[in-house]
Design a protein around this ligand. Structure first.
Ligand SMILES: Nc1ncnc2c1ncn2[C@@H]1O[C@H](COP(=O)(O)OP(=O)(O)OP(=O)(O)O)[C@@H](O)[C@H]1O
Length: 204
């Protein structure tokens, strides 16, 4: 069970190219919450994640984690975060197993193989990523959710390229994570059929 955590976003604006994005985004989430960020293409969903992670400067507004501004204590926030972006963040020249061992060096091979079996990837453990389909690569990226102890999951379009079975499995995994006091902030164009969530709509 995770400890209590809160994340508060207040009146956030981020400049990107010629545009000011996020339109004063404000919301608050705590452990046990799933926040579903929606918005049309280009509304700023990925931009929001990048601002949260400190990869883009903010124009105005504030972000606090457990009452402390991210401007001061971002490392304490990042210590608790697993971010899975649009781009899978994997090395295509390495095998499935090598990628996951690199990501989770403290996990035993048995544990990683159990996760691969769960995600129907066992037969591909020695296969280089470049020889996998888009959906299989996405499964490898998402395997990190099963190998991580992090409390806060930031998931940018996690359902992309997944088949219905994997969507169901991922929804189950997310439900278990929030039930154990995790927090999930997820951007997706797909509705979340089976999960309670707080919806945050970005206007363009
Ligand atoms: N590297 C960049 N430099 C300048 N502008 C960018 C850059 N990346 C994205 N943008 C612009 O920022 C805006 C928001 O992009 P962002 O990727 O955050 O949108 P999104 O809501 O995640 O979109 P999608 O649903 O298509 O993934 C877009 O208008 C885009 O053109």
């Amino acid at each position: 069970m995770h400890s209590v955590a809160t994340l508060t976003i207040s009146d956030l604006w981020v400049e990107r190219g010629e545009s000011d994005l996020l339109n004063g985004l404000s919301f608050s989430a705590r452990s046990g919450d799933l926040v579903h960020i929606t918005g049309v293409n280009g509304a700023g969903k990925s931009t929001f994640f990048k601002a949260l992670l400190g990869l883009l400067p903010i124009l105005s507004g504030s972000m606090t984690f457990n009452g402390e501004s991210l401007a001061q204590g971002r490392h304490r926030f990042l210590n608790n975060v697993l971010y899975i972006a649009h781009s899978a963040g994997l090395n295509s020249a390495l095998s499935v197993l090598e990628n996951l061992r690199w990501y989770a060096p403290d996990c035993t091979r048995d544990k990683i193989e159990q996760v691969l079996t769960r995600l129907s990837l066992a037969a591909f453990s020695e296969t280089q990523l470049q020889a996998l389909s888009a959906g299989q690569v996405r499964r490898v990226a998402l395997a990190r959710l099963w190998l991580s102890e992090k409390q806060i999951w930031l998931l940018d379009e996690p359902f992309t390229a997944l088949d219905q079975t994997l969507i169901g499995l991922l929804e189950e995994k997310m439900a278990a994570h929030v039930a154990s006091g995790g927090m999930i902030i997820l951007a997706s164009h797909l509705p979340l059929a089976n999960l309670p969530y707080l919806q945050v709509e970005l206007s363009s």
